[in-house]
Design a protein around this ligand. Structure first.
Ligand SMILES: Cc1cc2nc3c(=O)[nH]c(=O)nc-3n(C[C@H](O)[C@H](O)[C@H](O)COP(=O)(O)OP(=O)(O)OC[C@H]3O[C@@H](n4cnc5c(N)ncnc54)[C@H](O)[C@@H]3O)c2cc1C
Length: 370
């Protein structure tokens, strides 16, 4: 049974486009949800660069023998497709049901939830906590790494969009990504909280000029330069849609399981979006949990042995995902004098090491469990 706090079934207004890895497409296909998602843009190459230095690495789907490395799609469309798949299953869904407590006793989990102004209780052999992380926070405080950064997202247009090409650009202020989507790019730009808030208030022209300089490495010293005067891998930025901002933190639950309880998705780990891994990792949590449940007899669902099997199945992939994104942010978000040239050299070196490149790309597409 699904208890969902939101009132209506399809009411998410999240404006984001999400980057999904090729591996997630395969999982969604098996669930019958992929086919229903419209407006999907494929990522066939990812160019990784560092501001102000020449080093770069390009990951290519053709070198990895996959049709695409990933996809960019509207969050709302993904949500609707999963909702439709849920309808076709025999899972009972209760909307407007906000869980306020979760306790365990007498061999089961007891959930207390409010629905239509009344409090209810539900006993279950196994509670799967997928609430994004609030419910168990007080009882089991997560480890938090505050990067001091916010993520600003928006759709941008430019004069020379390159179909299927995504860009990951590291700057001392934080990483930025351009994900190919429809007629332009989804921008994910990270900056210190104050700077990001200030950028939200800039008029479009000031923002586009900043973006040109930030991404284009055009050598302009002033925000007064016109975007069209500056060159970048995608030409000049010409338009920007609505900007939104999210605080970025790494949040890691102290454990993935508690008696008769497992955590998945952001409730288990909330990642920095630097490599677009969060939803992908959460989907793999859900997939592997389903496998573990199938591997156990109904009487053993929620048992200590089943919880242990889930913990073990997720340990490697979870730790690798956390280390990968956290490491990228720490390594690249600074302007320490010697590190810049070393990082640049490392990017160039990686570009010439096919096996190492393949390792990085496969981790991004399929996670550490392959
Ligand atoms: C700026 C930004 C960009 C990102 N880009 C990407 C990307 O490109 N690719 C990617 O893979 N990931 C990306 N992510 C991460 C991704 O958004 C998250 O990993 C994902 O949304 C987590 O999903 P979730 O279902 O675990 O949690 P949530 O999305 O938080 O969903 C939680 C659900 O639980 C419900 N709920 C909450 N509390 C209760 C309660 N008490 N009772 C009942 N129901 C409750 C909520 O209504 C909601 O439906 C990005 C994140 C940010 C901030």
């Amino acid at each position: 049974m699904l208890l969902e706090a939101r009132e209506a079934e399809i009411n998410t207004s999240d404006p984001r486009a999400l980057a999904l890895a090729y591996g997630s497409r395969l999982l969604l296909q098996r669930l019958g949800a992929w086919q229903a998602i419209p407006n999907v843009s494929g990522i066939r190459e990812i160019e990784i660069t560092q501001k102000g230095t020449p080093g770069k690495t390009t990951l290519k789907a053709s070198e990895l023998k996959v049709p695409e490395m990933g996809y960019v799609l509207p969050y709302t469309a993904l949500h609707a497709a999963l909702q439709q798949a849920l309808h076709q299953s025999d899972i009972r869904c209760l909307y407007g049901a906000a869980v306020s407590e979760l306790n365990t006793a007498h061999g089961c989990a007891t959930l207390t939830y409010q629905h239509q102004g009344t409090q209810h209780q539900l006993d279950a052999r196994l509670a799967v906590v997928a609430d994004g992380g609030k419910l168990l926070e007080a009882a089991h405080p997560p480890q938090i790494t505050d990067y001091g950064q916010s993520g600003l997202i928006a759709h941008v247009n430019c004069t020379q969009p390159r179909a299927g090409m995504a860009f990951e650009h590291f700057t001392p202020q934080g990483p930025m990504a351009l994900l190919p989507y429809l007629d332009g790019y989804e921008l994910v730009l990270t900056a210190a909280h104050d700077a990001a808030q200030e950028m939200l208030n800039w008029d479009d022209a000031t923002f586009l000029t900043f973006l040109q300089k930030h991404f284009g490495d055009c050598g302009c010293d002033t925000l007064l330069a016109q975007p069209a005067d500056c060159g970048s891998s995608v030409g000049a930025f010409t338009a920007i849609g609505k900007r939104s901002c999210f605080p970025l933190r790494l949040k890691r639950a102290p454990d993935l399981t508690f008696p008769h309880t497992v955590l998945i998705g952001n409730a288990a780990q909330t990642l920095h979006p630097v490599a677009g891994q969060g939803f992908n990792l959460g989907l793999r949590d859900a997939w592997e949990l389903a496998q573990v449940i199938l591997d156990h007899a109904p009487d053993n669902i929620g048992s200590a042995a089943m919880c242990k099997a889930y913990r073990q199945s997720r340990r490697l992939d979870r730790n690798a995902g956390i280390r990968f994104t956290d490491g990228l942010v720490r390594l690249f978000s600074n302007d320490l004098p010697l590190l810049g040239p070393m990082r640049s050299a490392a990017l160039s070196l990686l570009d010439h090491l096919p096996l190492a490149k393949k390792f990085v790309a496969r981790r991004m597409m399929f996670g550490a469990n392959g």
